[in-house]
Design a protein around this ligand. Structure first.
Ligand code: FAD
Length: 301
């Protein structure tokens, strides 16, 4: 099913994100890919509509992304959604790569600009490539029959001067053919609700799916805040700080927070939730069990 049909469901649509494991040797590759599939098989009973697979910054995971996508489809019988970025690719290479997905029975792709390569401050448009995601969306839309997802930023993309301008740029992606928006992770639902309201006022009428990353350890905190730039509610932050030397308490606080966050999102009619799994089943499983979203809730196949 393409994204447009997936989000036509009256039930909450659950989806997961994974990344290709870092691999040093062929033996390690076999082992790590199987371990990841094993984790994902523990989540398959929640009937995800799709599992998205990231594309390494700079295109470094091009082949492993492709292999993992096929493994998810063939071994778990779940629709994968590969991510793809404009970084370092010219149009002809892009077309070759994405057509391969289409010919292997993949229905959707997440089209991104990508970040500048490490050590560089600004994104540089590749020769004969694309400078912004909306150009990539337009290209994929013209050249393939894939359903296209794009990224959205409830707290504004870090390169952009204001949320209003960023939303106008999001609209370009929608006008170019995107069928759904998946958001950057966030912890303050109000910021997400405001973002959706502003996007609707700007004429964006496709589903905007909240991206949720449960916090299960204190180590994650700095990374999350630095990488995503998202704000943590003061009380949540204080609770995490107070318990920083108690890993079990952090887990409980983080999972309780995510359960409540998802509950509020679903109660307010959000079409689904996209979980950043960090390649582990434990946290998402705990949350979905407590939300009582199980295999009878939705069939995405
Ligand atoms: P764009 O939509 O092109 O926006 C980039 C910046 O340019 C924004 O500030 C925007 O306001 C501005 N802009 C957009 N269009 C125009 C225009 N036409 N004219 C002027 N300004 C414009 N990165 C990876 O490397 N691999 C992944 O797998 C990956 N997966 C992701 C999944 C999700 C759900 C999200 C939210 C992000 C993901 N990223 C990934 C990160 C993403 O690549 C970066 O955030 C990147 O900096 C922006 O990508 P984008 O597609 O949002 O870019």
């Amino acid at each position: 099913m393409k994204l447009k049909e997936i989000y036509n469901s009256t039930k909450p649509v659950i989806s997961f994100e994974v990344f290709p494991p870092k691999i040093k040797s062929p033996e390690e590759k076999k082992h790590k890919m199987q371990a990841l599939l094993c984790e994902l098989s523990r989540l398959s009973k929640y009937n995800p509509a799709f599992i998205s697979v990231t594309y390494g910054a700079g295109g470094g995971t091009r082949e492993t992304t492709f292999e993992l996508v096929l493994m998810i489809k063939d071994e778990l019988n779940i629709q994968p959604m590969p991510h793809f970025t404009c970084v370092g690719s010219a149009r002809n290479e892009i077309l070759q790569y994405i057509k391969k997905f289409e010919s292997h029975g993949i229905y959707n792709i997440l089209a991104l600009r990508g970040d500048p390569p490490r050590g560089e401050k600004k994104f540089v448009k590749p020769k004969d490539g694309f400078g912004y995601a909306n150009e990539l969306v337009e290209f994929i839309n013209a050249k393939t029959g894939l359903g296209i997802g794009v990224a959205g930023y409830p707290e504004c993309h870090p390169d952009c001067c204001s949320l209003e301008v960023d939303i106008q740029n999001l609209k370009r992606k929608v006008d170019s053919g995107a069928e759904a928006v998946i958001t950057q992770l966030f912890y303050d639902n109000q910021r997400y609700f405001d973002f959706v309201e502003k996007a609707r006022l700007a004429g964006i009428n496709i589903p905007i799916i909240p991206g949720i990353l449960p916090i299960t350890s204190h180590n994650q905190l700095d990374k999350i805040v630095t990488l995503s730039g998202c704000a943590l509610p003061a009380q949540f932050m204080a609770d995490l700080e107070k318990n920083k030397n108690n890993p079990e308490a952090i887990k409980t606080i983080g999972l309780d927070f995510s359960v409540n966050q998802c509950k509020e999102l679903l109660e307010n009619g959000m079409p689904g939730i996209h979980f950043y799994t960090l390649n582990k089943a434990f946290a998402v499983k705990n949350i979905l069990d407590r939300l009582e979203i199980n295999k009878n809730e939705y069939s995405g196949v």
